[in-house]
Design a protein around this ligand. Structure first.
Ligand code: AMP
Length: 331
């Protein structure tokens, strides 16, 4: 069975973009593939975090995965930092990737322009992401468009390593949803809806209350046309709301457009908001139930022993090929 791997950073609160571009993709593939789901908490500390908040968010992320319908029996759950092989492999890969290659990562360029304190971790984190993927021989990585360049880097690293040291890594492929690969900010539909947005009004969080969702959608930026149709260049706000509606209702854009043919923006926005509420309400109910149960501990315990075994084997293969330590010493 081919393997698929996904991670959602526990930085802040998960958003509707994470649900559509990340979690819903896993749900689609969990029956077809051996699915690994992890919390990349080491990625989160590339920017400053409050330790108490971070730990809360790690558990909350696992609870949300489960509440969104990621099946505990069909997926392997784990926390990145609890398995030391990620960082060890990342170091070896860092020594096999060019500085110039990392300098071209657009996310680093974007983030480093915003953040005052640019850490080395922020620069090298795409290599850690490559280690996350290559350690488990993942065939597929479902991702929004924002992470495509990083999966391509993982492919390049795998190919170069295989050429230099002999066949070692599976070369992963990104899976990008046709619709919903980039859900945009409601206040500025030219940028991605992001956990780290400065203005929370543009972001729907998975745990937002009904009233907050209605307010945020009502104040979403549109245009003066008052005609609901898809045109991402000239009508980015309306196109984004249409995309959200289509994704949440399993429709193609044309059918979503037809549905809203004779709608004015006010009624259109109300229906989009109700659709979001109907999607998130059952998730929120389950989320609080899961937080008060033993389910999280159970899935993490099972996942840990499985991933440790797989990653140990791969790391030792790599270490031996590179010439580190003694050949017969298993780390
Ligand atoms: P992150 O929040 O950066 O950890 O991303 C986790 C997953 O959610 C990745 O697959 C992202 O590509 C996806 N994702 C995050 N934000 C969005 C968005 N606004 N639209 C679509 N997918 C997203």
């Amino acid at each position: 069975m081919k393997r698929i791997l996904t991670g959602l950073q526990p930085t802040g609160k998960l958003t509707l973009g994470n649900l559509i571009g990340g979690i819903n993709q896993i749900k689609k593939y969990q029956n077809e593939f051996d699915s690994f789901i992890f919390v990349p908490d080491m990625h989160s500390i590339t920017i400053e975090q409050n330790p108490i908040e971070l730990r809360k968010n790690i558990i909350s992320t696992i609870a949300l995965y489960l509440a969104c319908g990621i099946d505990k029996d069909k997926n392997t759950f784990y926390i990145q930092s609890e398995n030391l092989y990620h960082a060890n492999l990342s170091w070896i890969l860092e020594c096999n990737v060019g500085f110039g290659q990392l300098s071209r990562m657009t996310q680093f360029k974007d983030k480093s322009q915003k953040k005052i304190n640019v850490t080395c971790g922020l620069f090298t984190y795409p290599v850690l992401m490559a280690a996350d993927i290559l350690l488990y021989s993942a065939n597929f990585v479902p991702t929004g468009i924002d992470q495509k360049q990083h999966v391509e880097l993982a492919r390049d690293i795998a190919e170069c390593f295989n050429k230099k040291y002999g066949n070692t890594f599976v070369v992963p492929e990104p899976i990008i949803p046709q619709l919903g690969a980039k859900i945009m900010d409601l206040q500025n539909p030219l940028i991605k809806m992001s956990k780290s947005a400065e203005n929370e009004k543009g972001v729907i969080y998975l745990l937002d209350t009904e009233d907050v969702i209605r307010k945020k959608v009502k104040s979403a930026v549109t245009d003066s046309d008052n005609k609901v149709c898809y045109d991402s260049e000239n009508k980015p706000g309306v196109s984004n709301l249409l995309t959200i509606y289509a994704c949440l209702n399993n429709l193609c854009i044309i059918d979503a457009e037809k549905h809203f043919e004779n709608y004015q923006y006010g009624a259109f926005k109300s229906e989009v908001a109700e659709s979001i509420i109907n999607t998130l309400k059952p998730i929120q109910e389950k989320y609080y139930e899961i937080l008060n149960s033993n389910l999280i501990e159970e899935v993490l315990k099972n996942g840990y022993s499985k991933v440790l075994e797989i990653s140990k084997e791969k790391y030792n293969e790599v270490k031996n090929k590179v010439g580190l330590g003694r050949i017969d010493f298993i780390v």
